[in-house]
Design a protein around this ligand. Structure first.
Ligand SMILES: NC(=O)c1ccc[n+]([C@@H]2O[C@H](COP(=O)([O-])OP(=O)(O)OC[C@H]3O[C@@H](n4cnc5c(N)ncnc54)[C@H](OP(=O)(O)O)[C@@H]3O)[C@@H](O)[C@H]2O)c1
Length: 456
């Protein structure tokens, strides 16, 4: 199987159930292949990726693991990682070091992170075993050599020390050990869905939890979500509907999606929104004529300034209802080529969501609309860790994940792409034409699914 391969032909079990005797030896690890992208600061076109062939050191220093990155998910989220690669708050290019060759260096190029599954090929930590299947925040590469925090290894996970990054990035440094992961299922379909949804779904999940913690900003009944066709957005809509079905919020809460014309049908067909409207004509939608007494929350996944100005202009009218909260959840409109990427304004979550005693909106900067707040999951999770026990957090997450895995099959069509050249081409296609929401990309720098020999 090579290059574009749709899901239906992939029902056979992964070879990683084979015994460890098929494990390749370290002698085979000389040649590595990594997809790198130009840094905006280099002045090169960031949409011209480079496939870097380089020599992988075949020795591990103490407390290191060498991971064979088998495959990884790719979506607008990874484009955002790239666009914010050099941003002083996010620093997504600082997670993995770009190899040094004649034409590429850490000064000129970066590596955007990806969420994927891999196999431990070599370990110099006594508690991490060769052949283990792992899931984590990897790189688009064949082999990834990372250090391990020696004292931070447990049966569920181990951590890559990245002291140069802020401590709240710890979730990104975690590498999960599939053997002890209750959300792991060793079949190709669930692995693919995991790579696609896990990084996005938890953001949607905790964002919904954040909104619910404020009683949906004191009783908002209309939730407006931009880039509604994106997985992050429609998972949020799905989770709001789940909350309604558990009768934890009123069934009068309605979720309205905003999307582009070409993605309207797909978004409607998902069935997660009460109404889906086009960017060009959204104010003529049913929800927008429901009256001045309604409270709205706007969750912005697109970060399109023109669109946001039109939304704010609509709510400037006292007859349009009250915008009770504006949350920035995504940046699908942010291109790595845009100079805006390095100047994205970032402030932490407000996180002071308890209603004031007089019911007034303390976070408002105008009498018509509140200020936009960023939602960044690790920051909110830190707060929740002080409010809920870890066992409660795990139990809630495991239940939500179980439900998602039962519900999400078929929301998007999985498309696997194998091989460096094919992945590079697919990246260029996405960079030039945008992402189709009905496709879930699973990419691999390996030419085919070969000698995957993980032990569970
Ligand atoms: N805050 C966080 O911690 C967090 C966590 C996860 C994800 N996110 C963000 O959420 C966003 C969505 O990520 P995703 O992976 O869920 O997306 P996705 O499923 O790949 O979404 C694809 C959609 O993005 C929009 N889009 C794609 N290419 C575009 C382009 N060139 N210009 C404008 N719009 C484009 C289109 O939606 P429409 O036509 O509907 O606009 C498209 O259908 C990303 O910005 C991601 O970084 C944030």
């Amino acid at each position: 199987m090579k290059e574009h391969d749709t899901y239906n032909s992939l029902q056979r079990p992964l070879q990683h159930r084979q015994p460890l005797s098929c494990r390749p030896t370290v002698m085979m690890l000389q040649e590595n292949l990594t997809l790198c992208v130009p840094r905006t600061s280099s002045g090169r076109d960031p949409h011209q990726p480079v496939l870097v062939h380089w020599k992988q050191p075949d020795e591990c220093s103490p407390n290191h693991v060498l991971i064979k990155v088998d495959r990884f998910g790719f979506s607008a989220n990874n484009i955002t990682y790239q666009a914010l690669g050099e941003h002083p708050h996010f620093r997504y290019f600082d997670f993995n070091t770009t190899p040094q060759t004649d034409s590429v260096s850490p000064k000129t190029h970066g590596i955007f992170p990806v969420w994927g599954f891999g196999t431990i090929l070599k370990s110099t930590h006594p508690k991490i075993h060769e052949g283990e299947r792992v899931y984590g925040y990897f790189a688009p590469t064949r082999y990834l050599l990372v250090p391990v925090s020696p004292a931070d290894v447990n049966k569920h996970a181990f951590y890559v020390p990245r002291p140069h990054l802020p401590p709240d990035r710890r979730p990104y440094n975690q590498i999960l050990r599939c053997t002890a992961d209750p959300q792991y299922s060793p079949n190709p379909m669930t692995e693919d869905l995991t790579m696609l949804y896990r990084p996005l779904f938890w953001t949607s999940y905790w964002c919904e939890d954040w909104l619910f913690s404020s009683n949906y900003r004191r009783g908002a009944s209309l939730i407006l979500i931009s880039s509604a066709s994106s997985k992050t957005a429609f998972c949020l809509a799905y989770l709001i509907k789940k909350r309604i079905s558990r009768k934890e919020i009123s069934r009068n809460v309605k979720v309205i999606g905003l999307t582009s014309k070409r993605n309207l049908q797909f978004t409607q067909n998902l069935g997660h929104y009460d109404e889906v409207l086009e960017y060009g004509s959204f104010t003529s939608g049913r929800a927008f004529s429901t009256g001045m007494d309604k409270r709205w929350i706007y969750v912005d996944v697109a970060s399109n300034e023109q669109l946001n100005n039109r939304i704010l202009a609509h709510f400037a009218s006292p007859y349009s209802g009250k915008l009770a909260g504006c949350t920035i959840l995504g940046l699908t409109n942010l291109s790595p080529a845009s100079s805006a990427a390095d100047t994205v304004d970032w402030t932490s979550n407000t996180l002071t969501l308890a209603p004031t005693s007089d019911g007034s909106d303390t976070d408002s900067i105008s009498s018509f609309w509140p200020k936009f707040e960023n939602f960044f999951m690790p920051e909110w999770l830190e707060v929740r860790k002080h409010q809920l026990s870890i066992a409660e957090i795990f139990s809630r997450q495991n239940q939500a994940w179980k439900e998602l895995m039962a519900n999400c099959v078929g929301w998007v069509q999985i498309e696997r792409i194998y091989g460096g050249a094919a992945v590079k081409k697919a990246y260029e296609d996405v960079a030039n034409n945008g992402l189709r929401p009905d496709r879930g990309f699973i990419w691999s720098l390996w030419d085919k699914e070969e000698w995957i020999c993980s032990r569970l």
